[in-house]
Design a protein around this ligand. Sequence first.
Ligand SMILES: Nc1ncnc2c1ncn2[C@@H]1O[C@H](COP(=O)(O)OP(=O)(O)OP(=O)(O)O)[C@@H](O)[C@H]1O
Length: 598
Amino acid sequence: MKSSKNIFSVTIRSLSFAWQTNRRLLLLLIFLNVFQGAIVYLQFTSFSAIVDEIVRIKQGLSDTTGLIRSSVILGLSFLVPTIVGNVVGYFRMKFRMQQSVQLELYKIDKQGGLDIGTIESNSYQTLLRGAQEWGSGAVLNLQDFIFSSATSFAGIITSIGILWSLNAWLVLFAVLASAPVYFFYKKYSMEVFRVRYLSIDDHRVIGNRISHFEELQKAVDVILLKLKTWLKDQIRDKKVTFNKKITVAERKKSISYGVLSLWYLLFLFAAIALMTTEALAGTIAVGGLLLAFNTYTRFYQTVNGYVESISFTEEAARYAARWFELFELRPKITSKANAQRVSFPTPPRIEFRNVSFRYPNESGESPLVLQQLSFTIEPGEKIAIVGVNGSGKTTLIKLLCRIYDPTEGGIFINGTDLRDLNLEDWQSAIGILFQDFPIYNLTIRESIGVGRIAANYDDDRLRQAARFSGADEFITDYDQLIWKEFKGGIDLSKGQHQRLAVARMFYRNASITIMDEPTASIDAVTEEKIFSSLESNTQGKTVILITHRFSTVKNADKILLLEHGKIIEQGSHRQLMQLAGKYADLYTMQAKRYLESE
Ligand SMILES: Nc1ncnc2c1ncn2[C@@H]1O[C@H](COP(=O)(O)OP(=O)(O)OP(=O)(O)O)[C@@H](O)[C@H]1O
């Protein structure tokens, strides 16, 4: 019941999506499918008319006029569906392709507008995996179901009409013969289906294990760590278990179908007995007998086919529902309706006032990762944030970029609460390089240029950014594609990728530049070069640097030391060293290790 409700509501939504994107084609297809469902019965009626005409001619009761007319109709009843079938095939293909593009674009549109909190939530990820399982095919299959329903309904109604006109008992027999079909499909066909789809996780594991033999990085470990047998055993075990389950389900299905066929035959015999008795009594002609038999068997086939498609569609509906749930998601971090439009050609004053934060968590309250943070960043200041792993450094800058909003307290930009500023305006004033930055499979020009698309890949600006980051040392051609799988594409080392990412930040040239471990994979010489470029080219701009290398923070105007989400010390390097607290300890420890290793 629940699944029928689900299939119904999701099918209506897929219909409404199709209606919004191409209603003309949708209506045309529904009409043509209804036509296809009904026209086949014209073949049966005209054929039975031919038989009756022949009998009458033989008995000398008629001339050939009726025979010729019925023959022409029979010919047309074969010709027209063939033509219509081809037309329907073409339009269905066109419709499917159009819908598939529309669905993907609509999904991207929705996903692109979401906030990070939603994207990283478990429920969103589950939803996404569900939607990806069948891809847009899940929704397209539902739309196909609408068309096949049109054909089936037209067929069922026409055949009931014909059977009724011949003998009302035939309708009862046909309905009773078909009645258990749904139950059998639901129980046994779906069982096979369910085994397949419940094994999706196992198939995922199999796919993952196979990937160890196919992907270069993993294949290296397979050879060096001798993982072949270990992986092969896992693949075999999963496959054998799956095969056993599917064999059991298939066996049950074929036995149940045997029982179903016997039930059908029972009513078929009853129908044949009824009709032959009538034919012998002369209440119906031989043609009528033929028509009854053809219509009766066709009715059963149509119901059978339709029920099978319902079972399949119920499964598709489950996945299609994920698509529609995705479409309904709304970002939680948005601009207020009356948000203040701003632009920051020069950096603003930033103030954190008693900011506390916990990550959104669907399964209960997560711990506070930032607690009562209060500090200011004056325009043009160079700030460094240091602290051990997990102390909250990255989280702090995520709040500043308004990827999340504080749980308590507020961030004030030139005195205005960040939540009252236009989100896009604020984010376009910031350039941020995260430690796990993305690698773009683009050309070098694009890979740097995406830092500010609006600057339109300005050549001088690109070259300057590459020089500042040290990326110019390995760039020979700005149109070189960084994608090894493509012909002529190249791969870069981790550090080279990071240099490009830093170049992207220089190219962005934002009023507030934030860099989270920007030189983690970069050699010492280039690191030095990047920091001196940063110093000389960000005059008057605010720079926030997160790092574990204390040697790189000495020149910062202000250093914040975080521990367990709290600022435990803040000040310049000199002030903190004089304080002789935790910062001084950490700095001295690192410096000592350098000196010892010399
Ligand atoms: N998306 C998230 N959801 C839930 N908790 C998170 C998330 N990201 C980070 N945390 C938690 O918040 C705390 C602070 O993490 P954060 O990444 O800010 O630390 P960090 O100081 O930048 O660490 P590192 O030096 O390792 O980069 C950690 O305990 C971490 O587990």
